[in-house]
Design a protein around this ligand. Structure first.
Ligand SMILES: Cc1cc2nc3c(=O)[nH]c(=O)nc-3n(C[C@H](O)[C@H](O)[C@H](O)COP(=O)(O)OP(=O)(O)OC[C@H]3O[C@@H](n4cnc5c(N)ncnc54)[C@H](O)[C@@H]3O)c2cc1C
Length: 557
């Protein structure tokens, strides 16, 4: 892990670099030309340039040894600049992940030192034309090449699809089926039989190079098999999901905030009906405030997960999935709202929010789609529900009740109600065997993500009040504002759980009137509804904070 000062310096260098090399006009021009600025990407990874890749490389290989929290901060900043370039840099991180988790010490030293010293660009070759979300169905094969009864190498044959840096990388990690199952191999550019297509013409992240790969009997020596043991590929891929999904979560967060941060100043200058849009509640409370709330709720989930990964709590795949799901959906919705916030100007290229909207769209697709996130979250928490005989979320609710006892203003009481209601929805689903319906299972994933995120944001607000937030945590909002954000988000989650819980758990089984009434009572619907009291004034307060009016109002009072 790196210290706060070094992280701050790295973030500043990144911002300064972007200001000089990537002004809006240049980004828009590259976007229009659908061109990956390889020289810029190389400069960003060059030891003589920005050398941003050093952040995630362990110290023993010449890097800075950044942890999950550091990487989240850098990813958010990169996404604020341009998500296409961020993707290009991310591909090296992702491509070298199988090495980080599964390689032999010699392989780690060889490849990670090269990434550090030479700024080697990597690509991550997992997806295939017929194997996307279900990677297990991959068709690329790695055939053993033996000499004197010893495996000396492999011949890899197959096709990879949508590979970031596919046409520009120096080295590729390629997932291929060996006789013992899926396995990662490192293939270098220029290997005989290894070709890539023209870059894809994409909806967004047009500054990143995405290309299909073709491997026709590409020979690699046996030491290019990551870890030296066949069949470990899917396990190695799983091991880093928590971490890598956190990075894409940070992309969603950064891109979402980039859009909102363009809409906010615009709305202070745009006069309609005699006053700036920023003073119109119907504008701010629809197009700005709810998105700020959701982005910050997602941030709470990201920061908490990053801290736990750094504390050695394991790969936290489900928490990473929750963070990715919430942040990328929030980022996507925020960018969409930002177009609306700019009116007709938002619909043109010049104001950039249109580009951000196209760019951020990818974050709900790559590194696991939102639907796969819903499934991952739901399946894991379903197991916890069963194992604890339905107590898991009641226990989490009790923790929030305790938090409410010490911090009565951070929405933890409502977060607790949400978690109790969620436990009841899941129990109803169990009794009525509703998870046989995949749709119900995935909708539960959405409710779980919202309920857990609301609890995370309450905890974040409480930590801020106690001045115990991570020293590297985002400090845009103070403790009072975070408490208001937490109350607003907890209310939103409450209504979602009440409505959707009733919809899927209550009606799918077709219960009679008295069963339905009993179920409504277990959800504590009146309390969830009463919790909405105070919503408008909290939204007014957040609007004041966003527009810098809160301090002025306090001084005037
Ligand atoms: C610009 C870009 C860059 C990319 N970069 C890389 C890269 O560097 N390396 C790499 O390996 N891959 C990369 N990908 C691939 C990306 O990870 C996949 O596109 C993604 O995992 C989804 O796979 P798919 O496209 O095959 O869609 P599918 O898996 O076919 O999914 C299609 C739809 O069906 C849904 N779905 C799928 N399975 C289920 C299910 N069981 N139940 C319910 N719904 C389901 C999905 O959520 C989605 O909405 C990239 C993709 C793009 C577009």
């Amino acid at each position: 892990m790196i210290n706060k000062k070094t992280l701050k310096l790295s973030l500043k260098s990144l911002k300064d670099f972007a200001k000089k090399e990537l002004p809006d006009e240049k980004l828009l021009e590259l976007d229009k030309k659908d061109e990956c600025p390889l020289d810029i990407v190389r400069q960003m990874c060059s030891p003589d340039g920005l050398a941003i890749q050093l952040l995630f490389i362990p110290v023993e290989y010449g890097g800075m040894g950044g942890g999950a929290f550091d990487v989240y901060c850098i990813c958010e900043e990169m996404a604020r600049i341009d998500l296409g370039i961020a993707t290009s840099l991310f591909a090296t991180f992702l491509g070298s992940d199988p090495i980080t988790v599964g390689a032999t010490p010699e392989q780690k030293k060889f490849w990670m030192s090269r990434i550090a010293k030479e700024g080697l660009l990597f690509a991550y070759g997992a997806t295939e034309p017929e194997a996307g979300s279900d990677l297990g169905s991959l068709k690329t094969t790695a055939e053993r090449v033996e000499q004197d009864g010893r495996i000396v190498g492999y011949k890899i044959t197959g096709n990879k699809q949508w590979i970031s840096n596919g046409g520009v990388a120096d080295a590729y990690s390629i997932l291929a089926n060996t006789p013992a199952g899926p396995t990662w191999f490192i293939v270098e550019k220029g290997a005989k039989g290894f070709t890539h297509d023209q870059p894809e013409e994409k909806h967004g992240i047009r500054l990143s190079n995405t290309a299909a790969l073709a491997l026709d009997n590409v020979y690699v020596d046996a030491d290019r098999l990551v870890g030296g043991v066949e069949g470990q590929g899917l396990i190695q891929a799983q091991l880093v999901f928590g971490y890598t999904r956190l990075m894409v979560a940070a992309f969603g967060l950064g891109a979402g905030w980039a859009a909102v941060d363009r809409a906010i100043p615009y709305s202070t200058k745009r006069i309609q009906a005699g006053a700036p849009l920023s003073e119109k509640q119907g504008y701010t409370h629809k197009l700005i405030v709810p998105h700020v709330v959701r982005l910050e709720a997602a941030r709470a989930s990201i920061e908490e997960t990053a801290e736990r990964i750094d504390a050695g709590e394991g790969s936290l795949n489900t928490e990473g999935a929750i963070a990715k799901y919430m942040a990328t959906e929030a980022g996507n919705a925020a960018a969409e709202a930002a177009i609306q916030a700019f009116g007709g100007y938002g619909y043109t290229h010049e104001y950039v929010v249109e580009k951000i909207k196209r760019d951020v769209r990818i974050t709900t697709i790559y590194e696991g789609t939102s639907e796969i996130m819903e499934m991952t979250i739901s399946r894991d928490r379903w197991q916890l529900h069963l194992k604890t005989r339905g107590q898991h979320y009641h226990d989490r609710a009790k923790e929030c009740e305790m938090l409410h006892a010490s911090h009565s203003d951070v929405g933890a009481d409502v977060a607790a109600l949400n978690l109790h209601a969620l436990a009841e929805v899941m129990e109803k689903a169990r009794v009525a065997r509703l998870t046989r319906h995949q749709h119900v299972l995935l909708r539960l994933g959405e409710l779980i993500a919202h309920a857990e995120c609301a609890a995370s944001l309450s905890r974040r607000a409480a930590l801020a009040a106690d001045r115990k937030l991570n020293e590297k945590a985002n400090a845009r909002f103070d403790a009072t504002a975070l408490a208001a954000l937490a109350r607003i988000f907890a209310r939103e989650a409450a209504l979602k759980i009440a409505e959707e819980g009733l919809r899927w758990a209550g009606t799918a089984a077709g219960p009679n009137d008295s069963e339905l009434a009993a179920f409504e009572a277990t959800l504590q619907l009146p309390a969830l509804h009463r919790a909405q009291a105070g919503l408008l004034s909290d939204m007014d307060y957040i609007a004041d904070v966003i527009y810098g009016r809160a301090k002025r109002a306090a001084v005037a009072a």
